[in-house]
Design a protein. Structure first.
Length: 281
């Protein structure tokens, strides 16, 4: 069954597609398995014929798009000789003629399909195709981030066996904080930041003096902590800016703010102070 969070990403992409393309009807869904799609989101429809429709790979326009892993379109669905016609009844009930289907492909695997349609037989232009492809890319990027987050969260939940794992914990923490800024789902983002908090405060590297384990925690802004986490991993200001989607000057500003709050005079001092305060692992 498709992940509800993935369906939310699909719905948001369809809203953007309808707005940017001018298509009156858009719909789509995620794959239940590698060979079958279920239409879960529909916008602009006049009937319920499309909602819940199951599409098999290779069948109809969407099935062809799944099988070929590329966009497909027909000018007149009912008359097209380039697709099979298992779904003519649903398409006809909605009065659709010109239809396009664009797959959502993540790491060479189709994860979903976006459709757009008109109720008259006209050739769909480049503007419409570009809008549909852009909407599919939005879903792809969101799914890539989600996949990376799930892998990192699974790694973060594994216990730290010895000191040799500590640098890996720090790298996971840095990557999770960077990804959190790209996640639009507030529940998933809070989950990520909660795990980051546990990585930072629930464990202390072996050999840390007891008196240095629990100093007062300065109130760093989220972005100051994001920047400091990148710096702690050895990233330059330029690399930090690229990873967080910020300008280098902005990174410098956040770093200066973090150093001031931590009472540090250098980047290294700031990282050490943040680790002692339990802000970084």
């Amino acid at each position: 069954m498709p992940d509800p969070a993935e369906s939310v990403e699909m719905q948001a992409a369809l809203v953007r597609l309808r707005r940017t393309s001018g298509l009156p009807v858009v719909f789509g869904g995620m794959l239940n398995d590698p060979h079958r799609l279920r239409i879960g989101q529909v916008s602009g429809a006049q009937t319920a014929a499309l909602h819940g429709l199951g599409i098999s790979a290779g069948s109809g326009l969407g099935g062809k798009s799944i099988a070929l892993s590329r966009p497909c379109a027909v000018t007149d669905y009912q008359e097209s000789r380039h697709i099979s016609h298992e779904y003519d009844a649903a398409v006809s009930a909605e009065g659709l003629r010109s239809v396009l289907a664009v797959p959502v492909v993540v790491r060479r695997r189709v994860r979903g399909v976006l459709y757009g349609a008109l109720r008259r037989p006209v050739i769909l232009g480049d503007r419409v195709f570009d809008a549909a492809v852009a909407a599919a890319r939005d879903v792809e990027q969101a799914l890539v981030v989600r996949d990376e987050v799930q892998v990192l969260l699974a790694s973060a939940r594994e216990p730290v066996a010895d000191s040799g794992c500590w640098e890996e914990v720090r790298q996971i923490h840095t990557e999770l904080r960077a990804l959190a800024a790209q996640v639009t789902d507030p529940v998933l983002r809070d989950t990520i930041l909660g795990v980051c908090g546990r990585l930072s405060g629930a464990t202390v590297p072996p050999g840390t003096p007891a008196q240095a384990q629990a100093p007062a925690r300065p109130a760093l802004a989220p972005r100051e902590l994001d920047v400091l986490a990148c710096v702690a991993s050895g990233a330059t200001n330029g690399a930090t800016a690229e990873r967080l989607g910020l300008r280098p000057e902005t990174v410098k500003g956040y770093l200066r703010g973090a150093m001031r709050k931590l009472g540090a005079h250098t980047r290294l001092e700031a990282v050490v102070a943040a680790r002692r305060a339990g802000l970084l692992p």
